[in-house]
Ligand binder design. Structure first.
Ligand SMILES: NC(=O)c1ccc[n+]([C@@H]2O[C@H](COP(=O)([O-])OP(=O)(O)OC[C@H]3O[C@@H](n4cnc5c(N)ncnc54)[C@H](OP(=O)(O)O)[C@@H]3O)[C@@H](O)[C@H]2O)c1
Length: 273
């Protein structure tokens, strides 16, 4: 039998595993409680949806109550159930409370996706202390606040996945973003240190560094500037929130336990480390 015929025969065989879920290795991953910060944002929404489709129980934090309730309602109509917890992730005590409430309501958190983030761009000469502090506390302190609160639960269950959503600009720097680049680079330092502390306990810690993703933020950039950025991306397009969610789904999988302390770029080749 030639190779083509062999391949055809293999693909025509009936699938014997019970369920094939979206993107998941067949029947390998157990349902777990996931906390995604900033789930109501562009990338966060796709991460929540992807992880819910994989069978996980998904909780997310929010600040803006009206926005969060409308988000929850809209997604309910698409068939998703998401659990909302009010929490400013830059506030240490608020994170301790939110994590405690998630555990009480849903069970031990085994997967954290530290995704909440903001930008407050200015060149350093013009950057206020407030712009610096807001970005550092929302993007970096938040990672400590949430992970610190949930880590003991992961250690107790002997399984954990921590995913920190950083950025290409944390890897290469960016004009006008000394605050954001410092916070995002700091996230990966945190990843590497914690990965070493918990590697033997069934917990992996990884960073995902998206490139330019087609969100409202990018679409608000003038067309000419957008075209110039796009021309620097070898794959010839901006990323999508789904591109980022796909990497998260891969890293949280039970079968990804040998990957820890890594920084996975999802940037279309825009920056190669
Ligand atoms: N978009 C891109 O091109 C891109 C590229 C690389 C990396 N990233 C990173 O990817 C992540 C998500 O980006 P995105 O484009 O999806 O942003 P987004 O649409 O602006 O969403 C950000 C989310 O974070 C939440 N958030 C921000 N600060 C918070 C705080 N202190 N406490 C609680 N929640 C907070 C927001 O909630 P509220 O609305 O309630 O404040 C919102 O849900 C960010 O970390 C960003 O830096 C984005």
């Amino acid at each position: 039998m030639n190779t083509q015929a062999k391949a055809k025969e293999i693909f025509q065989q009936p699938v014997t595993t019970s369920v094939i879920r979206d993107g998941a290795p067949q029947g390998e991953t157990a349902p777990r409680v996931v906390l995604v910060t900033g789930g109501t944002g562009a990338i966060g929404t796709e991460i929540c949806k992807k992880l819910a489709r994989l069978g996980h129980i998904v909780a997310t934090t929010y600040r803006n109550e009206d926005k969060a309730k409308a988000w929850q309602e809209a997604l309910k109509k698409e068939g998703y159930t998401f659990h909302l917890y009010k929490c400013d992730v830059s506030d240490f005590d608020a994170c301790q409370n939110a994590v405690k409430n998630v555990i009480q309501d849903l069970g031990p958190i085994q997967i954290i996706v530290n995704n909440a983030g903001i930008t407050r761009d200015a060149t350093l000469r013009k950057m206020s202390h407030e712009q610096w502090r807001d970005v550092l506390t929302s993007n970096l302190d938040s990672v400590f606040n949430v992970t610190r609160a949930a880590l003991n639960g992961m250690l107790d269950t002997g399984f954990g996945r921590v995913i920190n959503i950083s950025s290409i600009n944390g890897q290469k720097g960016q004009f006008g973003q000394s605050n954001y680049a410092a916070a995002k680079a700091g996230m990966h330092g945190f990843t590497k240190a914690l990965a070493q502390e918990v590697a033997s306990k069934g917990i992996t810690v990884n960073t995902v560094s998206p490139g330019y993703v087609e969100t409202d933020m990018i679409m608000a950039v003038p067309e000419k500037v957008r075209a110039s950025i796009k021309s620097q991306i070898p794959v010839g397009r901006f990323g999508t929130p789904e591109d980022v969610a796909h990497v998260v789904a891969f890293l949280i999988d039970d079968a990804s336990g040998f990957i820890t302390g890594a920084n996975i770029a999802a940037n279309g080749g825009h920056f190669m480390d």
